[in-house]
Design a protein around this ligand. Structure first.
Ligand SMILES: [Zn+2]
Length: 201
């Protein structure tokens, strides 16, 4: 038995690697059925093979670190770029979304009605990138002339056809004014010199 143990121990490394002959394999298996000591040695050797030793494990961990660092740098860079893109988009959108008067040449007037205290102006913008913001300004020169300043945005869902309708009811601001005395209405653009006569009695 002891002699057999020696042979079995010599053969065990090749047995684990699957390199020994069928005869040796059979010999080891039969022997191990009745020999606790050799079975124990075999189990121990198998455990050592399937679990890498501590030194290997540490080496693999340190080898992985540079990649982890690179990954973190990439994640931070991409996140920063995304945040920057969102902020820039918001700034550009905010800029384009500011209601502002436009060139009077880009506005086509379709209809103007003055009735009682009500002024109605219907028009379109010739510029497809401009949307009426729903806001306007009316200036009165104190005598007989009104200046109308509709405000447009470059991005808006408000009036995608480019159509604008101003329904202005004169109340407090022109109480003393008889609307019948107004005989000229101008469309005014970005600056006071940019005006166009759109209605005259
Ligand atoms: Zn044995």
């Amino acid at each position: 038995m002891r002699n057999q143990c020696g042979i079995v121990r010599d053969l065990l490394p090749s047995y684990i690697d699957g390199l020994c002959s069928n005869e040796s394999k059979e010999f080891i298996e039969i022997h191990n059925k009745s020999c606790d000591a050799c079975r124990e040695v075999l189990n121990q050797m198998k455990t050592e093979v399937s679990f890498p030793n501590e030194k290997d494990r540490v080496e693999r961990l340190t080898a992985k670190k540079p990649f982890k660092k690179l990954k973190n740098i990439l994640i931070i860079s991409i996140s920063s770029l995304l945040i920057l893109a969102v902020i820039l988009t918001a700034i550009v959108f905010e800029y384009l979304n500011q209601p502002r008067p436009v060139d009077t040449n880009s506005i086509i007037i379709q209809e103007i009605v003055i009735e009682n205290n009500q002024l109605t102006v219907i028009g379109d913008t010739a510029h497809s990138a401009l949307w009426y913001s729903g806001e306007y300004e009316i200036n009165y020169d104190g005598v007989e002339t009104l200046y109308l300043i509709p405000r447009y945005r470059q991005v808006s869902k408000e009036n995608s056809s480019g159509r604008f309708v101003i329904n202005h009811e004169f109340r407090g601001e022109l109480l003393e004014l008889d609307l019948a005395s107004i005989n000229k209405i101008y469309l005014q653009g970005k600056n006071p010199s940019d005006i166009r006569l759109i209605w005259e009695r």
